[in-house]
Design a protein around this ligand. Structure first.
Ligand code: FE
Ligand code: FE
Length: 201
């Protein structure tokens, strides 16, 4: 969502297109950022998870283009300052020095923030499209939302099964239960979300 320009929202159609343009820019930025994150990942599991996310993200760009066409618009992006910031934070993890396993955890933390932003964005546009009676667009946006949620869940699972932090007792003890930093702790790293989505997790 752009912060530095004044917008005029006279209708939900206008708002929907604005939000789609924001997501289009966000997804395109991600396609450029994810290869760098994959290269920086130490764990082969994480590297392949990021590469899979890249493929998924490329499909999301294409799917958004279909949504624009369904709505009679040309695909176009407006600067997504939130995604720019999230990617900058990811870049900090890429550039960081230190323990490779801890760096991987920093990459996962950045990736999960990205995923949650996307989930919020797609949930919103899906609902707006439904409200406007555009079930064709809503269905496509729901497909992407499902994939974003599945990637988020997979990130949770990855962070619980990875061995990172097991040799880092100080971090485990100090941060047990706090988001991704509960890597080697017995509880899920994103417990409330995981429980809400799947009691079996
Ligand atoms: Fe996406
Ligand atoms: Fe995603």
């Amino acid at each position: 969502m752009g912060m530095f320009s004044s917008k005029q929202f006279d209708s939900f159609d206008t708002l929907l297109v604005d939000q789609l343009e924001d997501l289009y820019d966000a997804e395109q930025r991600l396609t450029k950022a994810l290869p760098k994150m994959a290269s920086a990942a130490h764990s082969s599991t994480l590297k392949s998870a990021i590469q899979q996310h890249l493929q998924q993200t490329e499909n999301h760009v294409t799917r958004l283009e279909r949504v624009f066409r369904i709505l009679g618009r040309s695909p176009q992006g407006t600067t997504c300052y939130a995604m720019k910031g999230l990617i900058e934070e990811g870049q900090e993890a890429i550039d960081a020095t230190g323990d490779p396993d801890v760096k991987d955890a920093a990459l996962i933390a950045a990736a999960q923030r990205v995923e949650h932003y996307e989930i919020a964005g797609y949930g919103t546009v899906r609902t707006f499209a439904e409200r406007l009676g555009r079930s064709d667009a809503a269905q496509l946006l729901q497909e992407t939302l499902n994939e974003e949620e599945s990637t988020d869940k997979k990130t949770d699972a990855d962070c619980r099964t990875e061995r990172q932090y097991q040799g880092s007792g100080e971090i485990n003890n100090r941060n047990r239960g706090h988001g991704l930093l509960s890597f080697a702790a017995p509880q899920p790293c994103n417990q409330s979300t995981a429980q809400a989505r799947s009691p079996g997790l």
